[in-house]
Design a protein around this ligand. Sequence first.
Ligand SMILES: NC(=O)c1ccc[n+]([C@@H]2O[C@H](COP(=O)([O-])OP(=O)(O)OC[C@H]3O[C@@H](n4cnc5c(N)ncnc54)[C@H](OP(=O)(O)O)[C@@H]3O)[C@@H](O)[C@H]2O)c1
Length: 189
Amino acid sequence: MSSEGNATRSRVTLHVVSSLDGFIARKDNSVSWLEAKGSVYEAGVSISEEEAATFLKAIDCYVLGSRTYEHALELGWPYGDTPTVVVTGTKLPSIRNTVEFYSGDLKTLLYEKLAPRYRNIWLVGGAMLSQRFLELGLVDEIRLTIAPVLLGDGLRLFGGSLTEQRWALKNVVAYRNGFVELSYSLSTA
Ligand SMILES: NC(=O)c1ccc[n+]([C@@H]2O[C@H](COP(=O)([O-])OP(=O)(O)OC[C@H]3O[C@@H](n4cnc5c(N)ncnc54)[C@H](OP(=O)(O)O)[C@@H]3O)[C@@H](O)[C@H]2O)c1
């Protein structure tokens, strides 16, 4: 983890998909913009379903904000049977026994509840919760996937009041469908 806790065990990865102009959701919440359409980037890679499944299996826990949770319920549950923690101050319906709800301090969530149990922790949005994690220095890696589309309007990925932080580029993967994944870790420079 970035600053406290068991540094060798847990790692928090913020994963989010953004449009070219920095939005992660349309105002009406529709998600068609996330579908790959149009031209193929010949030099890009593609991953098989088996590779994707193997990758997802390595994720020990998902963390998400309540609005992302509610949207996921509408769209169809994307997190399988992987333990999932929803951060909320309200009472929300629980749909599966792999989901638990958390209300309170986010450092306590990470250091006392998650880190002792999970190694590969994925923070999957939305903007509000991600910004809070970043402000508190709780993110070890940012995996930002850029979709080849301009949305013009919507929910800003980093629309809050973050202060300057330097991140070091660790990897770039360009996909045949035109999406690009950028991986960063917090720079110590
Ligand atoms: N493109 C992508 O990769 C991506 C990824 C994820 C989500 N999204 C989209 O983003 C939208 C949701 O994002 P969002 O920024 O509006 O909301 P969000 O971050 O998903 O959820 C915000 C809610 O989380 C709870 N919360 C956040 N911080 C908290 C804290 N420190 N303590 C307690 N509770 C806290 C609050 O819930 P309560 O109000 O219940 O207390 C708050 O209203 C959806 O449209 C979703 O589909 C896109």
